[in-house]
Design a protein around this ligand. Structure first.
Ligand code: SAM
Ligand code: SF4
Length: 320
């Protein structure tokens, strides 16, 4: 076994697989109306499993399935079942939540699936339509599905906060976390290609923290070493309300502890969200495992310590 280590000594044990570049939503910070790649260019399930197994055999312990919207990939459950058989500790999903009810029974049978991240940026139907660019009628289903998923899984609700768009709802999210026993994580808007990111829309997490402190007592927790989230326990007086987190990729990047590898739906191996560094692994799948692994390690050696940076990366293709 070779460790997946870069030239800064960072060990990579977390793989994020984007299983499709398609999405049933078109969020203003993520999906800039690009044409989708032809389906024949996508990695097949067999190809995803082969690459994942190679990475798992060399140190990956945790896999997150993402997209685009993972549930729009046909037969996703079959892929999850196969990934579940790999020698990993955790298998997680990020989703916009809209299709969860359709698959909930199947999901509960996947033994390593414990954590589901569900995106929700607003409780207001009109704003939901503005942000996700689908009908406001979808909102109630997303909320119902968060409640449904939280009966079976650890659910984290991911909220991309945007100044003057949805930052008036931070207290509503704390109430929601309390009422539904879920963790809420406020994500700083990132400058991805085609995203609504600008000086006018970006909101640093410190401002949100200060706002929350007006009403609550926030106690910082000790975060796991590779955590991308700064986590807090929220109290009102002596009463525990909920746990929240801040994903501060822009104002306070976490490059020093980055342990993440990314595989896009078309097979681009990307060790960094804020870099154009990548190679298309699909083209090399005729190679034996040891040669494939060398290509991966060589790419990893070029991984830098970039912080936040504007690139040609489009979030809906990368999977967050
Ligand atoms: N469709 C799924 C979802 O929405 O959760 C999975 C893919 S989505 C690309 C993964 C995460 O990236 C979501 O939580 C989304 O809010 C976040 N995201 C997308 N674009 C972003 C941006 N420009 N800045 C910050 N977060 C972003
Ligand atoms: Fe789709 Fe998720 Fe991107 Fe929204 S954030 S467009 S739901 S992939």
């Amino acid at each position: 076994m070779k460790m997946l280590v870069d030239s800064f000594g960072r060990v990579h044990n977390y793989l994020r697989i984007s299983v499709t570049d398609r999405c049933n939503f078109r969020c203003i910070y993520c999906n800039p109306f690009l044409y989708y790649k032809p389906k024949k260019e996508l990695l097949s399930f067999e190809e995803i499993i082969r690459i994942s197994k190679l990475l798992v055999d060399n140190g990956v312990e945790k896999i997150r399935v993402t997209g685009g919207e993972p549930f729009v990939r046909k037969n996703l459950i079959q892929l999850l079942e196969k990934l579940n058989e790999l020698n990993i500790k955790e298998l997680n999903i990020s989703t916009n939540g809209y299709l969860i009810d359709k698959y909930i029974d199947d999901l509960t049978k996947i033994s390593k699936l414990r954590k589901i991240n569900i995106s929700l940026d607003t409780f207001k139907p009109e704003k939901f339509e503005f942000i996700s660019r689908v009908s406001e009628n979808y909102l109630s289903k997303v909320i119902d599905n968060i409640r449904l998923a939280s009966k079976y899984f650890d659910v984290k609700v991911n909220v991309v906060l945007m100044k003057n768009i949805n930052d008036d709802e931070v207290f509503d999210f704390v109430d929601f976390a309390f009422e539904n026993n879920v963790v809420v994580r406020f994500i700083e808007l990132m400058p991805m290609k085609g995203s609504i990111y600008s000086e006018q829309t970006f909101l640093p997490y410190t401002e949100v923290l200060e706002k929350l402190k007006e009403k609550y007592i926030l106690v910082k927790t000790e975060d796991p070493i590779n955590s991308t989230s700064k986590n807090y326990l929220v109290y009102k007086g002596r009463n525990f309300i909920c746990q929240i987190g801040f994903i501060t990729s822009v104002s306070s990047p976490f490059c020093s502890t980055c342990n993440r590898l990314r595989l896009t739906a078309t097979g681009n191996f990307k060790p960094c969200l804020f870099s154009n560094l990548e190679f298309n692994i699909k083209k090399y799948l005729h190679l034996p495992d040891d040669e494939l692994l060398n290509l991966i390690l060589n790419c990893l050696k070029l991984k830098k310590y970039i912080g936040v940076n504007m690139t040609d990366n489009v979030m809906v293709e990368m999977g967050g």
